[in-house]
Design a protein around this ligand. Sequence first.
Ligand SMILES: [Zn+2]
Length: 194
Amino acid sequence: MKKRLLIIVSIVLVLGVVGVGAVWLLNHKDHDADVLVMRGDDCNIDWSRAYGGNPSNINPELARRLCLLAEQTGTRIIPNAGFRTSDEQWQLGEEMLRSTEGRVMGYYRDENGAVRDSQGRLMAEAPGDSQHETGDAVDVNRDGRDGHFYSREELARAGLTNQNTNRSSVYGPGNPALKKSEPWHVTLDIDNTE
Ligand SMILES: [Zn+2]
């Protein structure tokens, strides 16, 4: 009798261990799938509206985080600008100078080549000074809709920011209004790059 009881207990124990193991494996597999979905390395960034000849030539980590932003917010990423060459940076300034707004607002090129309005606010960086020339910035509206922007919180969750985080030269203590607000200008959040 004792032997039979031992066998039954053993079988129950083995089944229990196998069952727990199977449940753990299933959960583990699901967990991995979630991580995979939220890693942000696969999405379609729609560059069809973006300025310049090769706008998608951006920092791969910036692209990855934009995909993460798309996943987390359920929106499409449709940038108006990404990478641009120094020539394109100059041309963009020329277009701004020639535009109706540029003429009405008294846009001019300063001694460094940047475009400013009549109050001295920076409208376009000088060639060589724009984050777009290194592929480190993307101009993007929320879900591609004019006048809609991702919030600071949404961007922060994806390791991104639309705030000036390293602009001491432009954003000097003597003149905090030098740079216009650009809620569409999205870069890596340098606090989250590590
Ligand atoms: Zn920009």
